[in-house]
Design a protein around this ligand. Structure first.
Ligand code: SAM
Length: 258
């Protein structure tokens, strides 16, 4: 039987890998490792270093090129669907190339434990579960191993609590922050997937920002302060770091002052 393990690996610090994740990685017959056609080679290297740290034998690693998402047109959902179909196809190709087949050696009936390493936690702003659902596996064949999210590492790095006492918080994206107003009934927002410094557009005067980039990695950067006072500095630092490394991953928490 084929078993697919979607393993949360945290934000890039090998010390953030849970014992459960480590065990699932060590027991995998095959690890699928994506490579992107952008300048995120440093990021791919973080995963490789992690596997080396766990003494993974390279013969158990199948590298595949990530398809590129079509970006023309305003049919965003359709673009994402096509892209996920294409990724699932690459996974299928890796499985049939690298795993033994059962059921009279038919393709589509491979056997073994396959692992995918997911940044942070697979449940938080990640599509790996949605892509896995395209493989037609039974629910019992797909196992999720939780990981430490970038949101948790942001809070621990700044030494702050995620929520005020008894209060809710909202996790959202840069696009949502730009396109929708600050939602009613919530004073704390955690913003992910923001390539456009959307915090710059928040007009409220009494908001604090806690910002972090490359969390859990040696190049980690933290900045915080009153949004109106620090936003320009954060954007400048962000741009400089992006140029220096060729890529950036950042996340921030915005909180209304009480
Ligand atoms: C596709 S989402 C994946 C989130 C991930 N599943 C998690 O649990 O953190 C990618 C976004 O997560 C955030 N992120 C992930 N890793 C990060 C890191 N090491 N430092 C800062 N932000 C990170 C960024 O906002 C990035 O745009």
């Amino acid at each position: 039987m084929l078993e697919l393990f979607l393993i949360g690996i945290g934000t890039g610090n090998p010390d953030h890998i849970t014992r459960e994740a480590e065990k699932a990685i060590r027991q995998a017959d095959l690890i699928l490792l994506p490579h992107k056609e952008d300048n995120k080679a440093e990021l791919a290297q973080v995963r490789m270093t992690l596997l080396q740290h766990l003494c993974m034998d390279s013969s158990r690693i199948a590298h595949f090129d990530m398809p590129v998402r079509r970006q023309q047109g305003d049919d965003y959902d359709q673009q994402v669907n096509e892209w996920h179909d294409a990724i699932a196809e690459r996974w299928r190709a890796c499985l049939s190339t690298h795993l033994p087949a059962g059921h009279g050696h038919e393709s589509g009936h491979e056997r073994g434990r396959v692992a995918l390493l997911v940044w942070g936690d697979p449940a938080l702003y990640d599509s790996t579960l949605r892509i896995a659902s395209r493989l037609g596996l039974a629910k019992s064949q797909v196992k999720v191993v939780p990981g430490i999210t970038s949101m948790q590492v942001l809070c621990s790095a700044h030494g702050i609590a995620l929520n005020d006492i008894g209060a809710p918080f909202l996790v959202t994206t840069g696009r949502q922050l730009r396109e929708a107003a600050w939602p009613a009934g919530v004073d704390t927002l955690v913003v992910m997937l923001d390539g456009q410094c959307s915090y710059e557009q928040v007009a409220e005067p009494d908001v604090d920002i806690f910002w972090g980039a490359y969390l859990g990695m040696p190049q980690q950067i933290l900045m915080q302060g009153r949004l109106v006072q620090v936003k320009a500095d954060i954007s400048a630092r962000r741009q400089q770091a992006r140029q220096q490394h060729g890529w950036i991953m950042d996340i921030y928490l915005l909180r209304r002052r009480s």
